[in-house]
Design a protein around this ligand. Structure first.
Ligand code: BGC
Length: 760
């Protein structure tokens, strides 16, 4: 039993894990009846104040005024966040389980977004792998490390669909597409939580930020969202729904107004859709300060009103703003809040604690932490994930892969040797960046080559980031104009006479993420100017982009022979970049998001509806007259060192009836001389029906590895799950009897076409 369970988990974690990696075999999860009995027994003994305590998450460590010991002793806090200290976790837990009346353990939550100690590529990059299994394993490693350190709950995955590249938080999600987003959401939930809630070495996951936070107007973080129900259900909800189906134990409500009702006080969203319609059994936590914010947002008249309306809307736990403990008990006593609502929320929180096994195993094993965090298998996974997430955007005259015989390299740019920017945005509170930088990765790859480095002028946000205060190390003063000019000249001098120039440019980690939206998508600072000066030297230049959002690198796309989108690739990022540049790993990632030519084109995404006047159908039908609004790089795009062809597209046994499935199959062949990986992508378009439908929608994908000359037949089902949608005209889910275009190919502009007829 023990070894079987271990094997199953090892399979889930992937081959890189040694068989003995688990400290203990999973106990069998408690059954529903057992959980219920335990929760009811506890609830029956709880005072109103103790119940409210379970709904209160407090900030440990961040705010000086908060005294977690006192709150835990009184049973006045059920969860703690923003603490990352194993010894302290155990100390505080001891207060909860030994000194509080009912001995209910405290639940520790933290943002473990793309790794704990071993940092993986940012989630947008992981989505670019188009390989859910790699994302699942990354989440499993993050869970293993964080759980060893004493954390129980991660505020991840972030599954917000984002179609506006200006929005800073696009980096935290899977990009613009609901289908790809749903696959990545489910994979992360499986990775974080394992086969069941409470599995050893796993975490409780949290699908956030429900819902449609990514549709902030103008890409301005926190701004209101106006999205009609059809778009919510067809575009923004599918990843959340997939997380529920995958068994996610918690949800986080979003900050912003959704159609004029803040998500955290939105009963339709949290109660009607999530809990009633989807049957979500877990609990909903607010975003940080989210309940108190309902007053600032002009929705609630005071904090009491905010607490009452948030709870009534279906929000079960309040994150850090303290309005629940201030007001809920009074509201119940006054009769303005039914006790049943409190009980429902408490049941949900307690059930998760029971399922997690916190009552049996409340403490972290302090002696084990260091060895888990140092497990070399974790770094191997991170390197693989980074390789698989990279997207080759351009490769003229086969500039890449570079030959290892190259004698000298110049590695230029402000991101070439920055650990923090290589690991990327949303690092765990207190984490010290330990990435292998691109410079270091190249030096390790080519120990015999002459490798010179110059950063060039610094890049910097015009407004500091709220996260800067959490970064270790002294803050550097801004460069003066003269210093920047000297750095520019030094970079050009360094590049002169070298065989190859590698320019590592893009955005700092703090230029994307929360409160990090931009009005421009251009390379910040003087980077493009420096790139032009480097290209003018006449040597091969490779641009390695480190960034957390699409960038409008128009000049580079025409003038730099090779461009590798490496995103923010994490702890092993520099090694993985070197692996791909020198052909030890084949680039096979694809863009999970459209790259616009200009911020003025945002939001730009592929799955737009047709219009009466198709773009480009006549010279007057341009969408803007001042520059082509077509993407710089389309959704799904990415090159390889080899080439692929698609043929023999078949839609099996058409016509099919509504409710039945057809099988689409296609042959994909590696027509080049090198082994490589291609992502086979299936798109459909419903030609007519109850509503207008997008001109293309992704409905299947598979990443396949092929040797030179090898052909593989890939097939996908096309049935009600893929073809139904929420119809605005009918106010319900429909599957129309309709004709469909079907395309299969290597990106969202695929041309290999077939027809599908669905009959009534
Ligand atoms: C963010 C959340 C995060 C929370 C806790 C908020 O500011 O919006 O994504 O989970 O803080 O750190």
């Amino acid at each position: 039993m023990r070894s079987l369970a271990r094997t199953a988990t090892a399979v889930l974690l992937g081959a890189a894990f040694p068989a003995g990696a688990l400290a203990q075999a999973p106990p069998s999860p408690p059954g529903d009846a057992q959980v219920k009995a335990r929760v009811e027994a506890l609830l029956g003994q709880m005072t109103l104040e103790e119940k409210v305590g379970q709904l209160n998450q407090i900030a440990g460590g961040l705010f000086p005024g908060v005294k977690p010991e006192e709150a835990l002793r009184k049973g006045a806090a059920g969860s703690i966040l923003w603490l990352n200290d194993t010894r302290k976790f155990n100390e505080l837990q001891r207060v909860a389980v030994e000194e509080s009346r009912l001995r209910i353990p405290v639940l520790y939550g933290l943002d473990v977004i793309h790794g704990y100690r071993t940092i993986f590529p940012v989630p947008l990059a992981m989505a670019a792998s188009w390989d859910p299994s790699v994302h699942e394993r990354a989440a499993a490693v993050a869970a293993r490390e964080a759980r060893a350190a004493g954390i129980h709950w991660t505020f991840a995955p972030m599954v917000d669909v984002a179609r506006d590249a200006r929005w800073g938080r696009i980096v935290e999600g899977a990009g613009e597409d609901p289908y790809l987003g749903a696959a990545m959401a489910a994979a992360q939930v499986r990775g974080f939580q394992g086969p069941y809630l409470g599995a050893p070495e796993r975490l409780l996951a949290c699908a956030k930020h429900f819902g449609a936070y990514g549709a902030a107007e103008g890409g301005r973080d926190y701004d209101p969202v106006y999205v009609p129900e059809g778009q919510l259900r067809n575009v923004y909800f599918p990843p959340f729904r997939a997380a529920v189906v995958a068994g996610v134990g918690s949800f986080m409500s979003a900050y912003m107004d959704l159609n004029d009702v803040p998500a955290g006080g939105n009963r339709w969203l949290l109660h009607d859709v999530l809990k009633e319609e989807w049957g979500f059994p877990g609990f909903v936590v607010s975003d940080a300060m989210g309940v108190g914010n309902l007053v600032i947002m002009g929705f609630a008249k005071d904090r009491g009103d905010a607490a009452r309306r948030a709870l009534a809307a279906g929000l079960d736990m309040e994150m850090a703003s303290g309005a629940f403990p201030e007001h809920l008990a009074r509201l119940v006593r006054e009769g303005s809040l039914p006790m049943a609502q409190i009980d429902d929320a408490v049941r949900r929180v307690l059930a998760v604690k029971v399922r997690l096994g916190l009552f049996e195993r409340p403490y972290a094993d302090e002696a084990r932490v260091a060895s888990v965090l140092a497990d070399p298998a974790h770094r191997a996974e991170a390197r693989l994930a980074a390789q698989r997430s990279m997207v080759l955007l351009r490769n003229e005259r086969k500039t890449l892969p570079l030959a290892k015989t190259v004698a000298s390299l110049a590695v230029i740019g402000p991101l070439a040797d920055s650990r923090a920017d290589t690991e990327g945005s949303w690092m765990v509170f207190g984490h010290v960046p330990a990435a292998v930088t691109v410079l270091e990765g190249l030096r390790a790859k080519l120990p015999g080559a002459k490798i010179a480095h110059a950063p060039g002028p610094e890049i910097r946000r015009q407004v500091p980031s709220m996260f800067d205060q959490f970064m270790p190390g002294p803050k550097k003063p801004a460069q003066s104009g003269e210093q920047a000019e000297a750095a520019f000249q030094q970079a050009v001098e360094t590049a002169k006479g070298k065989d190859v120039v590698i320019a590592v440019m893009g955005e700092l980690a703090n230029m994307s993420g929360e409160a990090a939206s931009r009005a421009s998508l251009d390379l910040p600072g003087r980077q493009e100017e420096l790139l032009k000066a480097l290209v003018a030297l006449g040597k091969p230049v490779v641009l390695v982009l480190l960034n957390g959002r699409p960038l409008s690198v128009n000049w580079a796309a025409e003038n730099v022979p090779a461009i590798l989108e490496a995103w923010q690739p994490g702890t092993e990022g520099g090694n993985a970049v070197a692996d791909v540049l020198f052909g030890d790993a084949a680039p096979g990632g694809k863009l999970p998001v459209t790259f616009p030519r200009s911020a003025g084109h945002a939001p730009l995404y592929y799955a737009r509806n047709l219009t009466h006047s198709p773009e480009g159908s006549s010279m007057h039908n341009v969408r803007y007259w001042d520059g082509a609004p077509t993407p710089l790089y389309p959704f799904g795009y990415g090159l390889s060192y080899t080439s692929f062809s698609f043929s023999n597209l078949k839609v099996g046994a058409p016509p099919v009836k509504v409710g039945a499935s057809a099988t689409v199959s296609v042959d994909v062949t590696n027509t080049g001389a090198l082994a490589g990986e291609e992502v086979v992508q299936l798109y459909v378009h419903q030609k007519a029906g109850s509503d207008s439908r997008p001109s293309r929608e992704l409905k299947g994908f598979r990443r396949v590895g092929l040797k030179p000359g090898e052909t593989q037949t890939v097939s996908f089902p096309l049935g009600p799950d893929e073809l139904r949608y929420w119809s605005t005209s009918q106010g319900k889910w429909v599957q129309d009897a309709a004709a469909f275009d079907v395309w299969v190919g290597s990106d969202s502009t695929a041309t290999l076409h077939a027809n599908l007829e669905v009959l009534p």
